[in-house]
Design a protein around this ligand. Structure first.
Ligand SMILES: [Zn+2]
Length: 51
């Protein structure tokens, strides 16, 4: 995990914001706050396939 590839234009993670969770990408994109992390992950996946 120390030497991850950096060539991907998009790489999403989910960040917690209090009781909410939002998807976030290294490109600067940020998804809406969701109550369910699974929803945030769905946002992330649609962002990834949206390029
Ligand atoms: Zn992105």
């Amino acid at each position: 995990m120390a030497d991850e590839q950096q060539h991907e234009p998009h790489r999403t993670t989910t960040v917690e914001q209090g009781r909410f969770c939002a998807a976030r990408c290294i490109c600067g994109w940020r998804g809406p706050a969701r109550r369910a992390r699974s929803k945030a992950r769905t946002d992330a996946e649609s962002h990834m396939s949206d390029s």
